[in-house]
Design a protein around this ligand. Structure first.
Ligand code: TXA
Ligand code: MG
Length: 614
């Protein structure tokens, strides 16, 4: 199967910011939660945590408030919202009939990750149910949600708190990323336990119909009902009225192509009965694993699970030497990749590890954040672990299936598809911050290396902020500078180059002043990139002890498997001639070429420094 990237851009409705900043409320701040509930009653929209995913809540009786939610989400108004309650006694107020079937499911599963569709009562706004005569009712078990809903004391209509077409958010950070300025406040309740949206069950008839699979499984429901069996609703076809209207929209789609990697038949999976574990994630499963401690059988099983990932990664790179591959997999699979120590594979792969390889609860818990994370790393394809269980696995595979739509073929060297601007959180949200620095070197430091420094600064800024790829709670700052092997100190950049850079980027080069490269400057930097091969050679000859951090643009590209060949199959070197003395067009062409190289190398530079985008 060819690797593909997607280009069908999500069409979102117009959104306009209502607030300068969305208020971020700590789950321990009782007063602020009460205040947010008060604002909700007055018609505003508040993001809140639940055990499944974060919701975007408003007063479900107030049609104007509901419209604000649709606007903030950029969601078409024909997809109904679920009503959330803090107390079972509210059910009677928002539905006109509780069927015996509904009552059994309420008793068995509420509060918990389930939504029951029932006939609606008069008080629920038509905007909430998109004109349907039924309403989805959900009582979350998350204590922060429960507290907030009790304070609100009205039916809180809430969809998942993502921008339409994005993966549902399972952390306050992700809600803020999609919603900052569009809603009044977000209550930060930490990571959602289950990580997948609730099971939606239509119980208006005599037999339950599962409209959306979730952590409450068909087996869980059947076990409670005994004499009846739940029916799984098929997906709808065009023109047919949707039973779960949400089914007709494309969901959970990252910008990268998603491929599901099957687990070998007969693999014993854990966590498939999520309700049994209450969605509690075994945190120890996310620790790095020691492959040596495995028994022979365990090791054999792992090799079988890892093999298709490795084969597929190699196949993708053979087809497309520039591809960047994201892996959503277990910690043992990552340990196997690490152990192989294949330079090419590791240069082209970004990992998001969910924990124990065979645990579908862990995989579900981390799925949406994982897709978001890998997307920000601008990978072209995501290989995600599949599960073939019959419980929670069904919900996990349902969401993963929706993320892996059909997309266009990826052509070698094609730039990443355009992605919408991100509004990530500031660095001060982190406990520590690492720093790292890149040095660009050529001869005189008034032209090429000065241009690289300026372009790099711009790229660093554009992609800010960063976290350490080793510790996601640690921020990362990146600096860059330039120097020349034979440079005089204190010269201004070549005015023609400055003009070219200004034309391309709008930035002046006022802060660049030529400097002679010396050991102290080499010492200050974590990665040294020279314009030409001879320059890197000269540095490593004089200072062999730093050879691991010195590359030319060409050798750095090659070390990362980015080997370019000309039409006759010869390996091409990145050679950028010094435009000094040539006309302005030559300068412009040179600056453009350097920009294109940096654009290509940037993710590999981040990887070399140990930084990830967030
Ligand atoms: O876990 C969840 O259910 C989360 C949290 C926030 O509670 N909410 C959530 O909402 O996922 P939303 O709007 O993203 O998805 C609700 C799904 C949609 O597919 C919608 O079409 C369906 O439930 N739904 C809502 N009301 C319905 C109704 N009256 N009849 C049939 N389907 C309905
Ligand atoms: Mg949703």
């Amino acid at each position: 199967m060819p690797v593909v990237v997607r280009n069908d851009k999500e069409v979102n409705m117009e959104r306009s910011k209502l607030y300068k900043k969305t208020l971020l409320i700590d789950s321990s701040d009782d007063k602020a939660i009460k205040d947010a509930a008060e604002h909700l009653r007055n018609g505003e929209v508040v993001g809140f945590p639940t055990e499944t995913v974060y919701g975007l809540g408003c007063d479900g009786r107030n049609g104007d408030a509901v419209k604000k939610v649709f606007e903030a989400k950029g969601r078409p108004a024909d997809n109904p919202l679920i009503c959330h309650i803090g107390d079972k006694s509210q059910i009677r107020e928002i539905v006109s009939e509780i069927t015996p079937l509904a009552q059994k499911l309420i008793d068995a599963f509420m509060p918990g990750p389930i939504t029951l569709v029932m006939k609606k009562a008069e008080c629920i706004a038509d905007e909430t149910t998109a004109g349907l005569d039924t309403v989805g009712v959900r009582m979350p078990s998350n204590p922060v949600a429960n507290k907030f809903l009790k304070y609100a004391a009205v039916p809180v209509a809430a969809p998942s708190a993502n921008l339409s077409g994005r993966p549902s958010p399972t952390s306050a950070r992700s809600v803020l990323e999609d919603m900052d300025g569009y809603i009044y406040a977000i209550i930060d309740g930490g990571d959602s336990e289950y990580g997948l949206e609730s099971t939606v069950v239509d119980c208006t008839g005599t037999d339950p119909v599962i409209l959306r699979p979730g952590a409450v499984t068909k087996a869980d429901i059947d076990a409670v009902l005994k004499d009846k069996e739940a029916v799984m609703a098929g997906s709808i076809t065009d023109g047919e009225a949707p039973k779960a209207p949400g089914m007709k929209y494309r969901h959970y789609a990252p910008y990268a192509q998603v491929e599901i990697i099957k687990m070998p038949e007969g693999t014993k999976i854990t966590g498939d009965n999520a309700i049994g574990t209450d969605g509690k994630i075994d945190k120890s499963a996310t620790e790095p694993v020691d492959l040596k401690k495995l028994s022979d059988d365990e090791a054999k099983e792992l090799v079988n699970i890892a093999a298709p990932f490795i084969l597929r990664s190699r196949e993708i790179l053979a087809e497309n030497p520039f591809a960047r591959i994201g892996l959503y997999c277990g910690s043992e699979i990552k340990a196997m990749y690490d152990k192989m120590n294949d330079k090419l594979l590791s240069a082209h792969t970004e990992f998001c590890v969910y924990g124990n390889t065979v645990d579908v609860s862990c995989a579900s818990h981390g799925l949406f954040e994982g897709l978001r994370f890998l997307d920000v790393q601008e990978v072209d394809v995501i290989l995600a672990q599949g599960f073939d269980g019959e419980g929670l696995s069904v919900a996990y595979m349902n969401r993963l299936g929706k993320a892996s739509g059909k997309k266009e073929a990826l052509t070698p060297g094609m730039p990443a598809p355009s992605r919408p601007a991100r509004t990530p959180l500031p660095l001060d949200a982190f406990k520590d911050t690492y720093t790292a620095s890149v040095l660009f070197v050529d001869d005189n430091n008034i032209s090429l290396s000065a241009c690289l420094e300026t372009l790099m600064r711009r790229m660093i800024e554009k992609n800010e902020p960063y976290i350490s790829s080793k510790a996601s709670d640690t921020g990362f700052e990146i600096y860059c500078e330039s120097a020349g092997l034979t440079a005089m100190n204190g010269l201004d950049p070549d005015p023609e180059m400055e003009k070219a850079v200004k034309e391309l980027t709008g930035l002046g080069m006022g802060y660049v002043e030529s400097r002679r490269a010396d050991p102290a400057i080499y010492d200050d930097n974590d990665l040294i990139l020279t314009v030409r091969d001879e320059q890197a050679f000269e540095i490593t000859k004089a200072f062999p002890e730093i050879k691991d951090k010195v590359f030319s643009l060409s050798t750095f590209a090659a070390a990362n498997g980015l080997v370019m060949k000309d039409s006759s199959g010869r390996v091409m070197s990145i050679s950028v001639p010094d435009p000094s003395g040539e006309n302005y067009e030559t300068y412009l062409h040179t600056a453009r070429a350097l920009g294109a190289w940096l654009e290509l190398l940037f993710p590999y530079i981040l990887k070399e420094l140990g930084a990830s985008r967030i």
